[in-house]
Design a protein. Structure first.
Length: 193
């Protein structure tokens, strides 16, 4: 039997062992309550590593603009391969990343934003988990996926439009390695697809 409860202005449906939010927001900044929901997910993910505050961070951004040469990265496997190719920069570090999708001068742009905890060389200081959550929060242009832009994406058979639309809801993800230095799966990306 379904049970619906209100939480932060959203209907949370409990259906047997499943629990989900009706009309889940498309963007973390869609409403004030959306930010609270997204940050609660990210709070749990970041707490996995038991970070001790204050911390210093190094922020690194890798930007990919959509073109014939880069369209392979705009899919789940392409995105994972892109991050795999960057892993040498972050081996033996405590690093997590976020993804951002946006338009720059009407060109689709994907950013992989890495945050590495480095208390010796880091330039950005966070005194608490709330500071960190605010630092990594991404404000999106809510109307960036115009009808014309979506039509252009849909006409490109190599573009995973579903992935692109879901990127704003993908939470922060740790770079985790096995004992041989191989990058482990990204559960927060795989969860959506």
């Amino acid at each position: 039997m379904k049970k619906i409860i209100k939480l932060n202005g959203y209907n949370v449906v409990e259906d047997g062992s499943e629990c989900y939010i009706e009309n889940f927001p498309d963007f973390p900044n869609q409403k004030k309550n959306s930010k609270i929901i997204f940050q609660s997910f990210e709070r749990n993910i970041l707490n996995e590593k038991r970070i001790h505050f204050p911390i210093k961070l190094i922020k690194t951004e890798q930007v990919v603009r959509l073109s014939k040469e880069t369209e392979k990265y705009f899919s789940v496997s392409g995105l994972i391969n892109f991050i795999q190719n960057e892993k040498r920069l972050f081996t033996n570090t405590e690093t997590f990343f976020k993804l951002k999708i946006s338009y720059y001068k009407n060109d689709l742009e994907l950013k992989v934003i890495y945050y590495t905890i480095d208390n010796e060389r880091g330039l950005t200081i966070c005194d608490s988990l709330n500071d960190l959550l605010d630092l990594i929060f991404i404000n999106y242009k809510l109307k960036q996926f115009t009808k014309k832009r979506v039509e252009v994406l849909n006409n490109n058979k190599n573009i995973d439009v579903d992935l692109i639309r879901q990127i704003p809801v993908i939470p922060v993800q740790w770079l985790d390695y096995d004992e041989n230095g191989n990058l482990l799966d990204f559960p927060n990306i795989n969860l959506l697809f």
